[in-house]
Design a protein. Structure first.
Length: 345
């Protein structure tokens, strides 16, 4: 998206339109030739606010949260709950627009889970809509946890996140003017996002492969790890697979299928078939986009990205925010052909 204004050279006929959040002014002369000059966009305040269509709800905007560390369910105001989610899911020193994008996506994810509006709730915990286990639902920090983690910066960071949540209050992502059923996000896509169909075998038209040129500042963009043969033997044994002593027989791994963007779908490891997701979990890899090679008595693994790769790329959002995009531009980058709605009672 090119964030520039087209300035008139000479104009009799003028047409204005919107692309993202940039204003385009087209100038021309009837029956003649059009001319224009390009100049940087100044302020976005001249852009009229986007109209959000209302999503009415008869229920109070509360969420039943299972706090896994305390083993209890508490009912929380949706917006208050989101502050704890956002500050735990993205670094609070991210660009403000990226934090606002995370707030909208996390709100969309939470809203889709509410049982009182027909959502599935948390299938790990009865009587809860959602839990604080990041491996299952969404992470969440209490104020005391924020104080413990960020020390004398905690008040500053908490206020930054609180403002991002309040400035997007009630806003969710929609598709065909309906709340989206899934609003996933991850740390770093590594260059291209993955489709929902490849990861969860359920196609969703707004969760497609999207090129991302903004997450290469992430420390997870590309990383390497070393796995000793001994660890591979232990992991395979836990999986119920007996293997020979690897010092004498280096492990044979063959990637048998990759997705369109190169993420590993299936692997043959020493004659046993595993999915890429299984290998990632077994060896605690950052993503399923990996290659490896044997080196001495260990295996060197190179991974690209961090997380499942579907939906919002958090470091990509930060990069886009720093490049001047607003939070809706950011969300549209990762969720295709969507709109925005406003939930209210």
């Amino acid at each position: 998206m090119d964030r520039r204004l087209l300035y008139e050279f000479k104009s009799i006929l003028k047409v204005s339109g919107m692309v993202g959040t940039s204003i385009i002014i087209i100038a021309g002369i009837i029956g003649g030739v059009s001319f224009y000059l390009l100049a940087p966009s100044e302020v976005e305040e001249s852009t009229p606010p986007e109209e959000l269509f209302p999503i009415k709800t008869e229920e109070d905007l509360t969420v039943r949260v299972y706090f896994h560390e305390k083993d209890q369910v508490k009912e929380k105001n949706l917006e208050d709950y989101l502050v704890g989610v956002v500050i735990s899911e993205v670094p609070p020193n991210f660009n403000k627009e990226a934090i606002k994008a995370q707030a909208v996506v996390a709100r969309s994810y939470t809203y889709s889970r509410l049982e009182k509006r027909g959502g599935p709730g948390c299938n790990n915990h009865e009587n809860a809509d959602i839990c604080t286990n990041p491996d299952h639902c969404q992470a969440h920090y209490s104020e005391s946890e924020v104080n413990s983690i960020y020390g004398d910066k905690s008040e500053k960071y908490y206020n930054i996140v609180s403002n991002a949540v309040s400035e997007t209050m009630g806003e969710i992502v929609t598709y065909n003017r309906k709340p989206i059923p899934e609003a996933p996000y991850h740390s770093t896509c590594g260059g291209t996002t993955e489709t929902a169909g490849e990861v969860w075998q359920t196609d969703m038209p707004y969760l497609e492969n999207v090129e991302c040129n903004y997450c290469n500042h992430s420390s997870h963009f590309e990383s390497e790890t070393t796995i000793p043969f001994e660890e591979i033997e232990q992991v395979m044994s836990r999986e119920g697979v007996q293997v020979p002593v690897l010092a004498d027989n280096p492990p044979d791994l063959t990637v048998t299928e990759r997705s369109k963007i190169g993420r590993v779908k299936t692997v043959n490891l020493m004659g046993n078939e595993f999915s890429g997701r299984q290998i990632r979990q077994m060896f605690d890899l950052r993503s399923t986009d990996f290659d490896w090679e044997t080196s001495g008595d260990s295996v060197s693994v190179t991974t690209r990205g961090f997380g499942h790769g579907v939906g919002l790329c958090q470091y990509g959002a930060d990069g886009m925010g720093k490049a001047g995009y607003n939070y809706r531009d950011i969300i549209r980058q990762y969720f295709t052909e969507i709109e925005f709605g406003q939930i209210s009672k």
